[in-house]
Design a protein around this ligand. Structure first.
Ligand code: SF4
Length: 63
């Protein structure tokens, strides 16, 4: 699994960090940063939930 973000469209609202703080960090001035680009398989639920809650579809889970 690989986590890809589009910083150009990120609105820095930190919803992803709220559901998957091990994977995403959103600094005060944004945009999103990926802390763990290749999370272990047991973090798939959190990663997919983060992609789902992102209002601008800035998160893609590959693989
Ligand atoms: S949920 Fe989406 S828009 Fe919000 S900080 Fe995360 S990547 Fe950016």
């Amino acid at each position: 699994m690989r986590v890809v973000v589009d910083k150009q469209v990120c609105e820095s609202n930190a919803l992803c960090m709220g559901v998957a703080p091990e994977i995403f960090d959103v600094p005060d001035e944004g945009p999103v940063e990926v802390l763990n680009e290749h999370p272990s398989e047991d973090m798939r639920t959190e990663a997919e939930e983060a992609a789902r809650v992102c209002p601008v579809q800035a998160i893609t889970i590959e693989g």
